[in-house]
Ligand binder design. Structure first.
Ligand SMILES: Cc1cc2nc3c(=O)[nH]c(=O)nc-3n(C[C@H](O)[C@H](O)[C@H](O)COP(=O)(O)OP(=O)(O)OC[C@H]3O[C@@H](n4cnc5c(N)ncnc54)[C@H](O)[C@@H]3O)c2cc1C
Length: 446
């Protein structure tokens, strides 16, 4: 009864387990798959490290570096190369370079002169009044339709694979939304905060054996606490909870769910129907991650850079490509070039019903044309994630209210995971740390 039960062994569950371990709180972690780490999945092909899930970690607050040090990976971190500074957007089937700065707006060929003038009028546009609205309508109002189509949409496709006309500004762009309200303009707000803190550097990193090295290192430290079982259902006891797994019944005073929303929905059916329905309603989009390796001699990279993103109105199926061997050259064999191609998302949901080999060929052809590559790749493999990324749609605040209500009615039950803490791996690691900190205080109080 005294042990905390952590459900799910993706990065959210593993980071939660690691923080419980550090706090000296006894726990068990239940994961249904033999291979831990959830969507984090790395592989080595001919001296090249492949990641089918996350490809890089943006460690804004240093939490990944801290965790890596704690689990013995301090010397295994690889920082991103300077190549990350140049990103490309496709316009008229050509790569257009884009540097990460506001002045880029003046020089880029990604948007037309008219589009630039409209975007530059942003400080003169009156502020909006909607409490929440979609990222698409918010930014279209501020910087105009063309800038949204060619700059915002591809970037959001790259991160959330989502529909910007459904994703909530309050959830995803709270700081920009605040700047609009505070300064009357997001451009003025960004310029002001740049003056306040000018030394922010991107802290994007990975590990020498891929991102799975991080989850494996955590598992290595807590393996005696891991149960390889499937969670079937949960029921409340007078004090605590009873968790039914594929191997029997476990009772615990505290349960932390780090399962995906759709899995927790099934597990809670019969315990809390309203919550179960809310969890089921959270939209997840599919993603196909295609890993391609070319012989270096066969390909002439136009320039070095992070990769490219493709606006939807270019009518190309591929969402974008990461030039993995440019941003992390240490991960690729010297005579090879490695790319990650992303397909799927909110606008391509039927991908889950298609023949993946055919889709793979289709997006490889698109990629090869955009990159001017004629030879076939030396190696290619894809992984389809059916429910890859949760979407924070307008109205998501009401989902948060239901999660909070359930926790308040069931003391000792906590809900974590990427649909609660944010989709990035650093968001999940940060969320786990905050949660365990509050549980530690609770336990000390009782
Ligand atoms: C293709 C792709 C690319 C991405 N790229 C990036 C990136 O570059 N950078 C970044 O920061 N983030 C990226 N993300 C997002 C990030 O990887 C995820 O949001 C994060 O890893 C999710 O972790 P999680 O632990 O919350 O969920 P998951 O990884 O989904 O883990 C949930 C775990 O619960 C287990 N489980 C489910 N049901 C049960 C059950 N009934 N009983 C027991 N166990 C169960 C599952 O097997 C799984 O191991 C990407 C995601 C995808 C899919």
């Amino acid at each position: 009864m005294k042990e905390v039960l952590v459900l799910g062994g993706g990065i959210s569950g593993l980071a939660t387990a690691w923080n419980l371990h550090k706090a000296g709180i006894p726990f068990k972690l239940i994961e249904k798959q033999v291979s831990m780490g959830g969507v984090i999945s790395s592989k080595i092909i001919d001296d090249t490290i492949i990641d089918f899930g996350p490809n890089s970690l943006r460690d804004r607050d240093g939490s990944i570096r801290k965790l890596a040090k704690e689990v013995g990976l301090k010397d295994e971190i690889i920082d991103i190369s300077e190549a990350f500074k140049t990103r490309f957007i496709i316009r008229n089937r050509e790569l257009q370079a884009l540097k990460p700065s506001l002045s880029t707006l003046l020089t880029t060929d990604v948007i037309s002169g008219k589009g630039k003038l409209r975007a530059l009028a942003e400080p003169f546009i009156p502020k909006g009044i909607a409490e929440d609205e979609s990222v698409g309508s918010f930014l279209e109002r501020r910087i105009g339709k063309e800038a949204v189509e060619y700059l915002v949409d591809p970037v959001f496709s790259g991160i959330y694979a989502g529909d910007i006309y459904k994703i909530s500004k309050k959830e995803i762009l709270p700081t920009l939304a605040e700047k609009e309200q505070k300064f009357g303009s997001i451009v003025m707000g960004v310029l002001r905060s740049k003056k306040e803190k000018s030394d922010i550097k991107p802290m994007v990193l990975t590990f020498k054996k891929g991102i799975q090295q991080l989850t494996e290192a955590i598992v290595g430290k807590i393996s005696d606490r891991v149960l390889n079982e499937e969670v079937i259902s949960i029921r409340a006891l007078e004090q605590g909870f009873e968790v039914e797994t594929s191997n029997g019944i476990i009772q615990a005073e505290r349960v932390i769910s780090c399962l995906p929303a759709h899995s927790l929905s099934v597990v809670l059916d019969g315990f809390d129907t309203a919550l179960s329905n809310t969890l089921e309603s959270i939209d997840y989009v599919p993603m196909l991650s295609t890993q391609v390796i070319f012989n270096k001699k066969d390909v002439e990279l136009p320039q070095s850079g992070f990769g490219f993103l493709i606006p939807r109105n270019e009518n190309i199926r591929l969402l974008g490509a990461i030039w993995k061997s440019s941003i992390f050259p240490e991960l690729s064999s010297d005579d090879k070039l490695h790319f990650t191609l992303m397909t799927g998302g909110a606008h391509d949901r039927d991908i889950i019903n298609e023949n993946i080999q055919q889709v793979e060929e289709e997006v490889l052809a698109e990629f090869s044309e955009l990159m001017n590559i004629t030879p076939k790749p030396a190696w290619m493999e894809s992984k389809l994630w059916h429910q890859a990324i949760p979407q924070f749609h307008v109205g998501y605040q009401s989902v948060r209210k239901v999660l909070k209500r359930m926790q308040a009615e069931n003391p000792g039950f906590y809900i974590g995971g990427n649909y609660r803490w944010g989709v990035s791996v650093p968001d999940c690691v940060g969320g786990a740390e905050v949660l365990v900190h509050s549980i530690k205080k609770e336990i000390a109080y009782f």
